[in-house]
Design a protein around this ligand. Structure first.
Ligand code: HGY
Ligand code: MN
Ligand code: MN
Length: 449
């Protein structure tokens, strides 16, 4: 359920408890509206997967907040939510400035990853209007679907479909672990998936995209700064491994008569650490491993695991995966098990548009901006976390969309965990920075790349 919120009416001025001023609730106030939705009592944190009750409640909240601000709201063919501010004197032929992020989470995720970017976009509209900014181009707020890939296994699914990086056929073939297809899941929540697929017309309406996100690391807290601009995103991909063996009785089966699929599965977990740790800026993780049938006194008959692999570029990432896969095949052969490996997702590395990046950084390091955001410097930070902004930056074919990201300080540096955090004041600083950036882009436009 979405909490009701007392209008924060503290007089204007520096960000306070939630940043709320006469211009309405602050970013942190808006986040607190969501704090009761999708709590995962077993894991801690939040589990808000696409089209579940929790994520649908967040979608409804966003539609209500956007509508209350007079924005026109729509759902696109790929279940991404859009809210538009198009002043009467702005031509619809002008490409839009777009901002936003996602509302879905990983299992047991934090409160900020995704929602901070969405509430900051709403807050930025309030701040822009309070400052009397008159946009010369449309402003679009977007909530991308399935950014975490937590239900259907493909991260950034909504933005990948929009950009044409995932095809209609690939999307329609997706099923969750209960065997529910994407189209069936959409139909159950009243969404029509019949037109799912690339949306070039909508892509062409985007002039530039800026995503605000909680930092998923310690860069800012170690520098003592509240804000950063993103420089690059690691290449990232997911590979599924299915080991098949012979299910049997844990007590009645002698140790030399087993084909236990969890043995080679364990080798993948260890090889991931060994191979990635030996490399430069490589990351490899097995966070999800499902033995079947999964009984304490049962030798498993099969085991599924997923390898999350990342690196400075897709070529080095794939080389690492090949080395890990070789170790998996050898271990499977020794144990007399079968193995199928399939790539489920791949997002290339991204270096954000340098012109837009520098235009934003110059703005945020101006005296006016520093007075508003309290930052002394605005560093450039690389990230190992994937984002919809990176998908738009790497959109295939046509015109790449100039994209940029703003990061907000996370004092724990931890993410994809209930320990993820951002202080109220920093949330408001982030929204103020986003409003400054959007205001400049809405009036002057993005400098040509
Ligand atoms: O996995 C990621 O990096 C992102 O949070 N989807
Ligand atoms: Mn995430
Ligand atoms: Mn995210």
């Amino acid at each position: 359920m979405i909490a009701s919120r007392e209008e924060t009416s503290s007089p204007g001025g520096p960000p306070g408890n939630g940043g709320g001023t006469v211009t309405g609730p602050g970013a942190a106030d808006l986040l607190r509206d969501l704090a009761g939705t999708g709590r995962d009592l077993r894991r801690g944190g939040f589990s808000r997967h696409m089209f579940t009750d929790a994520e649908m409640a967040l979608r409804e909240w966003f539609v209500a907040e956007a509508s209350a601000r007079g924005l026109s709201v729509e759902v696109d063919r790929n279940a991404n939510l859009w809210a538009w501010w198009v002043p009467a004197d702005v031509g619809l032929t002008e490409r839009a400035v777009v901002t936003g992020s996602h509302l879905d989470s990983v299992p047991g995720g934090g409160a900020f990853d995704g929602p901070l970017g969405v509430v900051s976009a709403l807050r930025a509209v309030d701040l822009l209007r309070a400052a009397g900014v008159r946009p010369r181009r449309p402003l679009g707020l977007v909530v991308f679907a399935e950014e975490e890939g937590g239900r259907f296994g493909v991260p950034c699914l909504g933005s990948r479909l929009l950009a044409g990086s995932t095809s209609r056929a690939e999307a329609l073939a997706l099923r969750d672990l209960d065997g529910v297809s994407l189209a069936e899941a959409a139909a159950r929540v009243g969404l029509d998936a019949s037109r799912i697929g690339p949306d070039p017309e909508r892509m062409d309406r985007i002039g530039c995209f800026v995503e605000l996100h909680v930092e998923q690391g310690r860069g800012l807290v170690d520098l003592g700064e509240p804000l950063a601009v993103a420089s690059s995103v690691l290449a990232n991909g997911r590979w599924g491994f299915r080991f098949t063996g012979e299910g049997n009785h844990a007590g009645a089966t002698p140790m030399d008569s087993r084909a236990d699929p969890l043995l080679p599965a364990a080798h993948v977990v260890l090889a991931a650490r060994r191979v990635a740790a030996a490399g430069d800026s490589l990351r490899a993780t097995v966070g999800k491993l499902i033995p079947r049938p999964g009984g304490t006194n049962v030798v498993a008959s099969s085991a599924d695991l997923w390898l999350d692999a990342r690196g400075p570029d897709m070529q080095r990432t794939r080389r690492m995966v090949e080395e890990i896969t070789t170790a998996a095949r050898e271990a499977a052969e020794v144990e007399g098990c079968g193995l199928e490996v399939r790539q489920e997702a791949a997002n290339t590395e991204v270096h954000f548009d340098a012109v837009l990046r520098d235009q934003i950084r110059d703005l945020l390091t101006s005296r006016e901006a520093q007075a508003r955001t309290g930052s002394r410097d605005v560093p450039l930070l690389a990230t190992g976390a994937g984002h919809d902004a990176a998908v738009l930056a790497a959109a295939p074919g046509g015109r790449p969309v100039p994209t940029a990201m703003l990061f907000v300080r996370n004092p724990t540096g931890v993410s994809h965990s209930p320990a993820e955090h951002a202080e109220d004041d920093d949330c408001e600083r982030g929204a103020a920075a986003l409003a400054l950036v959007l205001g400049r882009l809405l009036v002057e436009g993005a400098q040509p790349s």
